[in-house]
Write a new protein. Structure first.
Ligand code: HSE
Length: 314
């Protein structure tokens, strides 16, 4: 029986300074698998089974699940290209919390499309598949932005080009950096977190945003970690979104006073991240966030690296 399984990692959208245009994949250094899995198997009729620690937070009706929507979207694209549509049973192992800012919906979408594409002998190329992923992610969050689906699918740190091909370019990463990611356990809807942002920004803010992003990309290519860290501030979303995140200011203050080079909101939150170049300091910050930023039993922290590899199908 033909069977493919795909894993797609968690990701940090925006990375503070690149609202909607910059994202990074995450891989805990202790080997924890922080991402969703989708299995696709030959069947006589379509079905979706959902399992995993966050399965109970998803809609009970499989037709409302994003993975079912990915399947239908993928089949429509195959049919448009005159290809045979596969009849499969799908399983989603939902390991990422919903509304966490860790790219949870992106992870399910990427794992689903990557598994379906591998099952279909990689009929679609990378940009075509990524465009489909962006489209489905946009249906959930209210607008198309690739800052979670792209790093989740392609790995590393990705910058969106605004073009249809290539949709992204990969940036070099600072190999020494540890990325502490702490999910507080509450849920923040991306659509709601976008709604509270101003519809227009002052010219001075636009200039700061452009300068920071330009300097950051230069610094990564030059391998200048200090210069890269110095421009990792969010002038677009954090000033508004932090009101949705209890304990955010205290978490930032502790992290920056205890060795973090940068601190910010992962995607639309509530996950926060701290960048450190010292592993012991990263663990100390993770411990403090566990004790002080987490709000309930669903919360967790991980010390991560940015993996070069994104989604994997086998
Ligand atoms: N760039 C998006 C936002 C990421 O900040 O709204 C959330 O998915």
């Amino acid at each position: 029986m033909k069977k493919v399984s795909a894993y797609a990692p968690a990701s940090i959208g925006n990375v503070s300074l690149g609202f909607d245009v910059l994202g990074a994949a995450l891989e805990p250094i202790d080997g924890t698998s922080l991402g969703d899995e989708v299995i696709v198997e030959q069947a006589t009729s379509f079905s979706l089974t959902v399992s995993g620690p966050f399965a109970h937070k998803l809609p009970a009706d499989p037709d409302s699940n994003i993975v079912t929507r990915c399947y239908h979207y993928f089949c429509d694209a195959l049919a448009l290209n005159g290809k045979k549509v596969p009849v499969v049973a799908m399983t989603l192992n939902k390991k990422l919390p919903i509304g966490s800012g860790l790219g949870s919906s992106a992870s399910s979408i990427v794992a689903a499309f990557h598994a379906l594409n591998a099952y279909s002998d990689n009929v679609f190329d990378e940009d075509t598949l990524l465009a489909m992923m962006g489209e489905l992610e946009g249906q959930i969050s209210g607008s198309i932005h690739y800052d979670n689906v792209a790093p989740c699918y392609q790995g590393g740190m990705t910058l969106m080009t605004g073009a249809t091909s290539p949709i992204t370019v990969k940036l070099p990463v600072i190999k020494d950096w540890f990325w502490v990611a702490c999910y507080s356990g509450i849920s923040v809807s991306t659509a709601a977190a976008r709604e509270i942002l101003p519809k227009e920004i002052p010219v001075a803010t636009a200039l700061t945003f452009g300068r920071q992003l330009g300097v950051f990309v230069h610094a990564l290519h030059a391998g200048d970690a200090d210069m890269a860290a110095s421009v990792m501030q969010d002038v677009i979303a954090e000033p508004y979104r932090k009101s949705l995140l209890p304990g955010f200011d205290e978490a930032r203050t502790f992290s920056m006073e205890n060795g973090a080079l940068a601190f910010g909101i992962s995607g639309s939150g509530p996950t926060v991240f701290a960048v450190c170049n010292d592993e012991a300091q990263a663990h100390q910050i993770a411990q403090w966030l566990d004790a002080n930023y987490i709000q309930n039993d669903d919360g967790f922290s991980h010390v991560c690296r940015i993996p070069a590899q994104g989604a994997v199908a086998k």
